[in-house]
Design a protein around this ligand. Structure first.
Ligand code: PLP
Length: 413
């Protein structure tokens, strides 16, 4: 049968089923058959407790239930309510005051922010640069708009950020195109758990400052997991390094409220610019709001109302942060447990710092994941290996998983 019947292909390769949600569906079927203790479902990037139930910040939950119709049912302005935009900037940068003109535009989650960056700062048929381990929806977003993803190697032989590969790829792409969007997902990178250090950031800035000043570069920091990496101030110490960028480089941040405020389904986020001039900031607001209007129009108001209230009340803000710190510690314990067990048995993982995911490099990841499914273990294959969501399984399961993965890997040799 033809790939499409009525739908236009438009140069896209649309699979019959979303990869992650498809595997998760099979895991759920197996859980219904055998019970949750018999199955390891480490597929989905949502924080679940040890019994597999969604973990929600109770302060946020309470606020949601107290919203008035004006706070949830009314339209928000296209770019977000003014108070939300202020709160989003504070949430993203904490106490750091960037040197530059800061503007925020509301988006439905971090995904909307990534989408509008690519729509406005890359050209049709451009390549968008990211790390070789990357969140696959970057590809979907690019494909939707006639762009493609190109990658550089995230790690070098010393298991550190690969500045040389980054430099080479930036130079190569700037030979081919007039502008370049670069996406760096850090800290708590999906799928590896890596965080660029301040030194890595300095190297990134140095590489970009050596480029031809006639070329336009947009550096998008996908900070979806920033508040689950560890101490909020510590993990924002890279921000002042961005102040040293040349004026042909525009730093943007895709800030997501999905994880930070456990509002995954409420679709709330912001795209924030740190523009070198007032004109570039005004242009940012104009073009990004235009894209929003033509894509989803207004972002949902309910989550904007919740975030606004949190940042208007310091004690409430402290309460939310304290509650988050508790679940973040649980997540960190799981990630470290997984890493520790990998080390003990000699299963090579990629450098993990924090976050929802850890990864194991391997050959034939699709086949390996299929075989693991026969053992009632559900993981996500990536082009370079397999991804384990430590966010969705207990510490106990994080401890037993490495041995099971190694067993199946050895069987395949
Ligand atoms: N970026 C990365 C790397 C992610 O993993 C996610 C969510 O899984 C997002 C961005 C955006 O998430 P959302 O659109 O749900 O806020």
């Amino acid at each position: 049968m033809a790939e499409y019947i009525m739908a236009a292909r438009n140069a896209r390769h649309i699979p019959k089923e979303d990869k992650i949600f498809g595997i998760n569906k099979r895991a759920k079927q197996k859980i219904a058959e055998k019970g949750k203790d018999a199955v390891i479902n480490a597929t989905i990037g949502t924080l679940l407790d040890d019994n597999g139930n969604l973990m929600v910040l109770s302060t946020v939950d309470k606020m949601f239930h107290e919203l008035t119709p004006d706070e949830y049912a009314a339209y928000a302005p296209i770019g977000g309510t003014p108070a939300f935009k202020k709160a989003a900037i504070r949430a993203a940068f904490s106490d750091h005051l960037p040197k530059g003109y800061v503007e925020a535009v509301a988006t439905p989650g971090g995904t909307g922010a990534i989408r509008n960056t690519i729509a406005n700062y890359s050209a049709y048929r451009d390549k968008v640069l990211t790390t070789d381990w990357f969140w696959t929806p970057y590809e979907t977003i690019c494909e939707e708009m006639g762009r493609t993803v190109d990658t550089f190697k995230l790690f070098n032989a010393e298991r550190k950020f690969n500045t040389d590969s980054f430099k080479k790829k930036v130079a190569e792409l700037l030979e081919l195109q007039e502008r370049l969007v670069i996406i760096l997902n850090t800290p708590a990178h999906n799928p590896t758990g890596y965080a660029l250090t301040v030194e890595d950031w300095t190297n990134v800035v140095n590489v970009l400052n050596e480029t031809d000043k006639e070329k336009k570069i947009t550096l998008l920091i996908d900070a979806a997991y920033i508040d689950f990496a560890g101490d909020e101030i510590e993990y924002r110490k890279f921000l002042p390094v961005l102040d040293n960028l040349n004026s042909n480089v525009l730093p943007l941040m895709a800030y997501s409220m999905s994880k930070t405020f456990t509002l995954y389904g409420m679709r709330c986020g912001a795209l924030i610019c740190i523009a070198p001039t007032e004109e570039i900031a005004a242009e940012f607001k104009r073009v990004v709001e235009f894209s929003a209007r033509g894509c989803w129009s207004n972002s949902p108001k309910a989550a904007q109302s919740i975030i606004t209230k949190i940042f208007a009340d310091e004690s409430l803000h402290q309460e939310v942060s304290a509650e988050r710190a508790e679940i973040r510690n649980l997540l960190l314990r799981r990630g470290k447990a997984f890493e520790e067990e990998c080390e003990k048995i000699g299963l090579v993982s990629v450098p993990f710092d924090a976050g929802f995911f850890a990864a194991i490099p391997c050959e034939a990841p699709v086949e390996l994941c299929k075989e693991l499914e026969d053992e009632d273990i559900y993981l996500i294959p990536h082009s370079r290996g397999i991804r384990v969501s430590v966010a969705s399984i207990s510490e106990e399961k994080c401890r037993i998983l490495p041995e099971k993965i190694l067993e199946v890997m050895n069987r395949r040799k």
